[in-house]
Design a protein around this ligand. Structure first.
Ligand code: PEP
Length: 253
């Protein structure tokens, strides 16, 4: 049984001074959801405030990126040790916005993911195709490449600290959601690819989230699919009631 995991990706949207109110609002809105792992991934500068506000609640806190070196001359970067020191337990790696705007490659995804896992953070590694790639019939090729390179040298034991997020780029922030069948098809491909990389038994234990315009109104049917083990949520994670609605949908699955 894989525990459902619902994670918010706040992106660059919430100030440190606004963080406690959102975390507390989510904690108050979430009613009795013991079967769901709840995470807020915040801008790095919000992590301390989020951790303080989440104390005593079931909410875990994560960041949106980390560097692979522990320290040094990497102006503007954040190390895994810094995130852990601030109380983060999760980190998103390789979000499509980082791939699109900040030069993230499958190779740097691999470096960041391995560093995060080695440090003891849970790495939420994002994969997903653009609309052009899907329309060109390259969906499978893209997903398999992102996984083979992004997860190179990630061992079966490392998978205890690994979550994969399938985020079709065309569904992120667009209001356009993959249908449950479309999402399930790719989640099954991701699990089959994981089985080749780390073995079938381990692949069965890894949670695979869907991300892309997930909302309270469409979460239940996505989360009902066999290989959809949670959600990575952008816009709807910024409203406590909407995020709690998705968590409630995950609890009832
Ligand atoms: C995301 O950015 O990870 C995401 C899924 O965004 P949204 O839910 O807004 O589509």
């Amino acid at each position: 049984m894989r525990k459902k995991i619902i994670a918010g990706n706040w992106k660059m949207n919430v100030k440190p001074s606004e963080t406690a109110a959102l975390v507390k609002g989510i904690a108050e809105a979430v009613k009795d959801c013991p079967d769901v792992e709840i995470v807020c991934c915040t801008p790095a500068i919000d992590v301390p405030a989020a951790v303080a506000a989440a104390a005593g609640t079931p909410i875990g806190v994560g960041a949106e990126n980390c560097h692979w070196k522990e320290s040094g001359a990497y102006t503007g970067e954040i190390s895994t040790g810094m995130l852990l020191d601030a109380g983060a337990k999760y980190v998103i790696i390789g979000h499509s916005e980082r791939r699109q705007y900040f030069g993230e490659t499958d190779e740097t995804v691999n470096l960041r993911a391995r560093a995060a896992i080695a440090a003891g953070l849970t790495a939420i590694v994002c994969v997903g195709e653009t609309l052009e790639e899907r329309d060109a019939g390259k969906l499978n090729e893209v997903i398999v490449r992102q996984m083979e390179i992004g997860l190179k040298d990630v061992s079966a034991a490392d998978c205890a600290k690994l979550v994969i997020a399938y985020e079709p780029v065309w569904a992120i922030g667009t209001g356009r959601t993959a249908t449950p069948d479309q999402a399930q098809e790719v989640h099954a491909l991701i699990r089959a690819t994981l089985a080749k990389l780390v073995g079938a038994d381990t692949a069965e234990t890894v949670r695979i989230q869907y991300g892309g315009s997930m909302k309270p109104g469409n979460a239940a049917e996505l989360l009902a699919k066999k290989d959809i083990d949670g959600g990575l949520i952008g816009g709807a994670a910024l409203k406590a009631a909407d995020f709690a609605g998705i968590i409630a949908a995950a609890q009832s699955k």
